[in-house]
Write a protein that binds this ligand. Sequence first.
Ligand code: HEM
Ligand code: HEM
Length: 184
Amino acid sequence: MMTGTGPIHYTGVAKTLHWLIALVIITMLIFGQGFETSEGDDLAFSLTGHSSLGLTVIGLIILRILWRIGHPPPALPETVAGVQLLAAKLSHLLLYALMIYVPVTGLYTAAAHEMPVMAYGAFDLRVTLSFFGADDFEGRRFLHELGTWLLISLLAVHVSAAFLHQFVQKDDVLRRMLPGKAKG
Ligand code: HEM
Ligand code: HEM
């Protein structure tokens, strides 16, 4: 049963952006792990891929936040109340915060890289971002990496919560974000 009379699923645009951004971010989290062992041409190639996907995801995240401001999410089922409702809201807010923090610290790290960071193979981000200065690469990378680990931890909670709702509480929360309309 749903509260209120509003729609019981996210808009098509919100769903498309959610899954597209999830796909790009998870890909970046996985391939980012290869940075530590990479060098030379391999590292240059990875930096091009990582920064190009990163700039693309920044655009998608901005679109998503703007869309979200104009389109509040559908009311959650009545089964999600009290502490659980607070936890859902807080974790979504934190996910949005990390979707800003991680790419911004990525740009900050790229500005101080010893190698060219050729976004889309077209321009060196270090030049574009020279206003960030170029000191303390390691410190900057630590800030970026810290964000990625916080994101991974929160994603583990987020995905577990989605499956718990769907298969244990059986309140169709996962279907709100899947193609088509959830059953009311
Ligand atoms: C949500 C988006 C992003 C995710 C999930 C992500 C993920 C990662 C991960 C997992 C690492 C490896 C950390 C380590 O072990 O040292 C990394 C490193 C890095 N990222 Fe990102 N990143 C994102 C956005 C960006 C953006 C937008 C840029 C800049 C254009 C960027 C630039 C870098 C750089 C320069 C490094 C260090 C590379 C090196 O060690 O040589 N990242 N990122
Ligand atoms: C990088 C990956 C992901 C990020 C950054 C992310 C982020 C978010 C955010 C911020 C929301 C809240 C939307 C809003 O109310 O505006 C949300 C909702 C949701 N996400 Fe994700 N998500 C990711 C991956 C996933 C995955 C893999 C699943 C499925 C297992 C999932 C399932 C859901 C569901 C079911 C909702 C709707 C919750 C509700 O009904 O309120 N997400 N996600």
